[in-house]
Design a protein around this ligand. Structure first.
Ligand code: SF4
Length: 217
């Protein structure tokens, strides 16, 4: 896989569930962490998913003219940092977008011991970095971060004064149906994940073929 080629778990064009404004989201496949209670366990295995070039992804993510920001999540974005940095660079050639990125690494480690060669380039492009592993016992049901140990770093001032409370805002999530798949997008409010699982299991039991479910943050 070249530096500009990515292993993509999913994309979502035009959502209001993962940051301020209307955003497109790119989830990468593969994560070295195995946080108990991870919202997107399907994206943890280091397996081949959708292979796509950065240029193709940048065009796809901006295909909705309302989109004014991108969010990178996963999986672990920092393991595909070079490709994601290229997606951000190409997108900004077309439109002035903000960039939010989730990572299970701590910012200090990303700076001192980057886990892949493109990390400095991606950090240079990111406006808001949400760092640290998810800890279910510290999930307080608030904010865009999944648990209170995770930190919101404004690496630029671009989203610092937009009025969006990354740490304390009430959570929202979207459910999207796409063919046989049901996608839950966003950091879900308390109880929604279990209700979503129950609803999908009920539909699966009563329909054929069954609906696959994914939780995405
Ligand atoms: S919560 Fe995030 S860092 Fe933890 S296993 Fe899931 S994708 Fe990886």
């Amino acid at each position: 896989m070249s530096a500009r080629s990515l292993n993509v778990a999913a994309t979502r064009i035009g959502t209001e569930a993962l940051g301020p404004g209307v955003r497109s989201v790119l989830w990468v496949q593969g994560c070295p962490f195995r946080c108990p209670g991870c919202m997107s366990p399907d994206w943890i295995p280091e397996r081949a998913a959708r292979r796509a070039e950065a240029r193709e992804l940048a065009a796809e993510l901006l295909s909705d003219p309302r989109v004014d920001g991108l969010t990178f999540s996963g999986g672990e974005p920092m393991l595909q940092a070079a490709g994601l940095a290229e997606v951000a660079r190409l997108a900004r050639q077309v439109r002035e977008i903000s960039l939010i990125c989730f990572t299970g690494y701590r910012l200090e480690q990303l700076r001192s011991r980057p886990p892949s060669p493109g990390v400095p380039d991606l950090l240079a492009a990111v406006d808001v970095l949400i760092d640290g592993r998810y800890v279910a016992a510290l999930d307080d049901g608030r904010g865009l971060r999944g648990s209170s140990n995770q930190r919101v770093h404004h690496l630029t001032r671009r989203l610092a004064r937009c009025g969006y409370d990354f740490d304390g805002r009430p959570r929202t999530a979207e459910i999207a149906l796409s063919g046989p798949e049901a996608l839950l997008i966003g950091v879900p409010p308390t109880g929604l994940l279990a209700a979503f699982d129950t609803a999908v299991d009920t539909v699966r039991d009563t329909t054929s073929p069954g609906r696959e479910q994914h939780h995405e943050r």
